[in-house]
Write a protein that binds this ligand. Structure first.
Ligand SMILES: [Zn+2]
Length: 365
C-alpha cells in the first residue's frame, strides 16, 4: 500500500471523508493528535511554507508524501507544493500544535486536455480554441474551479493567448501571434505554437498546440489580409509541378481545383490551332500556377492575385522556335475562344494593347 493510500485509509476511519477534498480557500486544522491532511493528485516532491503572521518561511523536500513538523510556530501557513508532474499547488493550513505531522493524501487521478470545438488539432489565428480537462477519477464539480490553466507561446512571436476564459474545467483563448511575416519569402513559415497546461491539486498535464502545414498556409492569407481566406476544404495536396509554384506541399483554390481541367482544355485547343495553321508548337507549358501569399509577394505579384487564389496559370508555348511575332495574341485568342480570361502579360502587367511585348499568357478563371 502506498503511503497516500495508507493515510487515506487511516483518515477515513477517523475523519469525515468529505473533508479530504478542499479548495484553495479552505483551512485545515491540525492538533497534536491528528495529522494535517492535504489532498493532492500527485506525489509531492517539495514544500515551501509561509507563516501568515510572522512571515517566516522554510522549505523542505518531501519523501513518502509526508513531513514531520517539529517545534514549528503555530498559526496559518500558506503552503506551496511542487509535484512530480511539475505541478504547483498553493493552499493554506492551520498549525495548532508545535509538533505536527503533515500528510499529503494521494488521490489517484488521471487528467488530460482535450480540444472540444474542432476535429483538428491545428488552428489559425482567427480561430477561438476551446479545451476541457478530462478527469478520470471521482471528483466533485467544486474542485474543477481550482484548475489552473496556463498558456505560453513557444516563441516570443507566438504571443501568450488573448481573451482567455476558464470555467469549470473548460478553457478558451484566441491565438495572438505578432510580427507576422509579410515581406515575401520562398521558404515556408514556421507554425504558431503554444504550450497549454492545466494543474489540478498539484497534478499537471500539458499539450503542445501547433499548426499543421495546411493551417500554416491558411495563416498566410490572414497575415496578408487577403479577401480570400481558404477553408481547410479549399486546400489541396499538390506536389511540385502539379500546378504548385508555391512554398508548400499544398495549394489553395478559391473555387474547385481546376488547374488540370483548364490547362488540358487550353493545351488541346492550342495544339489544334497550331496544326490547322501550320504553326510549329507542340503544346503549352506553364510557369506560375498556384502561389502562396508569401511566394506571391516574393515574386512581385499583386495582393489578391489570382495566382494566390488558385485561379490563374501563366502559359508559354513549347518549341516556339521559328514562330514569329503575334504568337501571344494567337495564344490569347485561343483562351478567349474557350471563354477564359486570357491576357498578354509582361512580368505581371497586362499588355493586351501590345501583345507582341508579352512574355507569357496569363489565363485566369
Ligand atoms: Zn500570371
Amino acid at each position: 500500500m502506498k503511503v497516500g493510500e495508507y493515510w487515506k485509509s487511516q483518515q477515513e476511519s477517523t475523519i469525515d471523508s468529505n473533508s479530504s477534498v478542499i479548495d484553495s480557500d479552505s483551512v485545515l486544522i491540525s492538533s497534536s493528535q491528528e495529522p494535517v491532511y492535504v489532498t493532492v493528485f500527485d506525489i509531492v516532491t517539495k514544500i515551501e511554507m509561509w507563516n501568515q503572521v510572522t512571515g517566516r518561511n522554510f522549505q523542505s523536500n518531501i519523501n513518502n508524501n509526508s513531513l514531520d513538523l517539529k517545534n514549528i510556530d503555530k498559526g496559518v501557513y500558506l503552503i506551496e507544493i511542487n509535484t512530480q508532474s511539475g505541478g504547483i499547488y498553493r493552499t493554506k493550513i492551520l498549525i495548532v500544535a508545535s509538533n505536527s505531522h503533515l500528510v499529503f493524501l494521494l488521490n489517484e487521478t488521471t487528467i488530460n486536455i482535450l480540444r472540444t470545438e474542432s476535429e483538428y488539432e491545428s488552428f489559425v489565428s482567427t480561430d477561438r480554441l476551446k479545451f476541457r480537462l478530462n478527469v478520470i477519477g471521482n471528483i466533485n464539480n467544486e474542485l474543477l474551479k481550482s484548475i489552473e490553466w496556463n498558456i505560453v507561446g513557444l516563441t516570443e512571436n507566438d504571443g501568450n493567448g488573448a481573451s482567455m476564459s476558464a470555467n469549470a474545467g473548460t478553457f478558451e483563448f484566441n491565438p495572438n501571434p505578432r510580427n507576422r511575416l509579410t515581406n515575401g519569402a520562398r521558404i515556408r513559415n514556421l507554425p504558431i505554437r503554444y504550450n497549454l497546461s492545466a494543474t489540478l491539486l498539484g497534478l499537471k498535464t500539458e499539450i503542445v498546440i501547433t499548426q499543421d502545414e495546411i493551417d500554416i498556409l491558411r495563416q498566410e492569407y490572414i497575415d496578408y489580409n487577403y479577401d480570400f481566406k481558404p477553408s481547410r476544404e479549399q486546400i489541396y495536396l499538390s506536389e511540385n509541378s502539379e500546378w504548385n509554384t508555391g512554398n508548400y506541399s499544398y495549394i489553395a483554390a478559391e473555387a474547385n481545383n481546376r488547374f488540370e481541367e483548364i490547362f488540358n482544355a487550353y493545351n488541346e485547343a492550342w495544339v489544334s490551332y497550331c496544326q490547322e495553321n501550320n504553326l510549329n508548337s507542340s503544346g503549352l507549358s506553364f510557369g506560375s500556377a498556384y502561389r502562396n501569399p508569401q511566394r506571391n509577394r516574393a515574386v512581385g505579384g499583386s495582393r489578391n492575385s489570382r495566382h494566390a487564389r488558385g485561379r490563374a496559370l501563366d502559359l508559354t508555348p513549347i518549341g516556339n522556335h521559328g514562330l514569329r511575332g503575334g504568337i501571344w495574341s494567337r495564344i490569347k485568342q485561343v483562351g478567349i475562344t474557350l471563354n477564359y480570361d486570357a491576357n498578354c502579360d509582361r512580368s505581371g502587367t497586362f499588355v493586351n494593347q501590345n501583345c507582341s511585348s508579352a512574355d507569357h499568357i496569363h489565363v485566369q478563371w
